[in-house]
Write a protein that binds this ligand. Sequence first.
Ligand code: ADP
Ligand code: ZN
Length: 710
Amino acid sequence: MEDKALHILNSTFGYSEFRDQQQAIIAQLIDGRDAVVLMPTGGGKSLCYQIPAMARAGVGIIVSPLIALMQDQVAALKQLGVSAAFLNSTLDAASAREVEQQLLRGELDMLYVAPERLTTERFLNLLERAPIALFAIDEAHCVSQWGHDFRPEYIQLSILHERFPAIPRIALTATADAPTRKEIIQRLALENAELFVSGFDRPNIRYSISQNQGNAKEQLLRFILNEHENDAGIVYCLSRKKVEQIAAWLSSKGLNALPYHAGLSAPIRQQHQSRFLSEDGVIIVATIAFGMGIDKPDVRFVAHLNLPKSIESYYQETGRAGRDGLPSDAWMMYGLQDVIMLKQMMETSDADEAHKRVERHKLQSMLGFSELTTCRRQALLKYFDDHLEQPCGNCDTCLVPVETWDATVVAQKALSCVYKTNQRFGVTYLIDVMLGKDMARIKQFGHDQLSVYGIGKELDAKQWNSVYRQLIARNLLSVDVEGHGNLRLTEQCRPVLRGEETLHLRKESKQIKLTQRGRKAYNTVKDTEKALWEALRACRKTLADESNVPPYVIFHDATLMEMVERQPQNHDQFSRMSGVGEKKLEAYADEFLKVIREHIDTVANATSSSDTVEETLSLLRSGMNAEAIAAHRNLKLTTIHTHLAKAIETGEVELQQVIELSEKEIKTIQNAFLNFGDEDRKLKPIHEAFEGAYDYGLLQCIRASIDIPA
Ligand code: ADP
Ligand code: ZN
């Protein structure tokens, strides 16, 4: 039986081995027993029921709460040559009847069904007449009333056990806090199931959090351009207005960014979501409304421009990056204003006091997490009672250790200023007082007479802002949210105020660039073999459009990357790549092999082109001028100039060796390029400016000399 599972893994899915617990889970089901599976996003849950569904006789019935997700999975399975279908409200009556007939005839390996349909009497009767391999309950946390996406229909699913006691069941989720887990087991009557728990870690996600120093959107842009050009990503903002602004800003910079929030009409939202899924490199800027049930494996980054309200939310939202296991970024930028705004939203909500207390506590934990000076992954896992022995080496604090400074005295000043102004003012005003600003408002309150007036000139306003933020994050100050965000002292600040405790705060660093530090695969491949990578993506996109499926359904990024690395030349080599099963080999190998072959040829040509440049240069060194070389090699003069321009650019020869113009003339032409040329320094405008006095080859050489330091 197990051989059969491995065979399916190899031949249908094109993977060489099982991951972690997959094999054990699959064996459990093939043997006809139940399983509860807690596995992080991207861990590989789908195979845990797909393979047993294929290995066992009959059809696997998969309950899934999200229509988009069902359609995606079925499309992907069909691409693999598996007989799969779904039943949900998007099908018209005739198509639904056809699927039901296939079910009864035993033609399906897998059938995806929405829970409300599954639990109808009519459908249950239908199932009793069909051969069934197993029941899989995906997103099983939907059964939990306390969870984030409770689905009342899920509670009815215990009926499966009553009506089909002999058929194995598997419940799967990525949400695994203890209460939810207990609820799943109890409500679905899975007390006898074996529990399979994988860790929470998502090692391919790099966590980094930095402080908003007033230029968040520029930082975001730089982050995307530096590390994720042409990648798909999600940017989360707190408000609709911010979503619109950021999407417009990124678009104005030439990125493919689309807004998504509840204020947009349903057709627009639908359109943006499907572009995100079906095109390469689309960035969705969204409120947290976006992302639930998005199963896109190649989201390369999730950026937060605001603080999520809890560590759970942070983990869930960042978890949408890198489901395919390739290096991905969880990047966040936050500032004091976000904290104040979140606290205000929380306190003014309609929730009862007990609820608010929990939320306050969660936000405080999130703040603490953001200000950490130790490994973020260790802290994140610890929050979920998981454990990581060593610092991870793949988060910002591991990669660029945070410097701290003794801020005890500074904190005392900041706290005193709050106290002396009667805890009635917000950060901006407090900082003005500490800096001794000459302002009517300060005088009006008589605060220019206080001992704290002008007491803080050793730091500037930005630095004070950072100090206040950290004091709030450490709960030494609280934000009075009913007023206008004025700060109050908390119990915890006493020891610091009294000088009984020293306080170390983070030094704010400039936005750190992490790219060059130990980044594996993805980015490096992109640099060296970018052209091939892009050509393969284009090929994938064409094939995807032809079949009307998202590109990742054809091949995942990981498979394309393997093509870049290994450059397979024939079917045999192609079939050995991860993600290439029999069906895809047959359907797609030729197209991709052609792209790879073309690439190899281009590279070969480029090499021979460097040979021809070499020949021109050696003739130049032997004393010939450009005209003589052209005549000797029987090439056009412009071609020789193009060779020489290349050599000038790389500094192998000097401009003066190549052209016979006076210093002054050269200067004039160079200046023309610098002054009235466009950014690309096109040749044509310059050629015209001098009324054709200098030919293009010559201009090319002069242009090549411009950025060479004298
Ligand atoms: P989950 O549902 O747990 O979020 P998926 O089932 O979507 O995860 O799997 C995540 C990715 O890992 C998919 O791209 C899947 O094809 C891939 N994958 C799963 N199992 C294996 C395996 N044994 N070898 C290689 N890739 C795998
Ligand atoms: Zn770390």
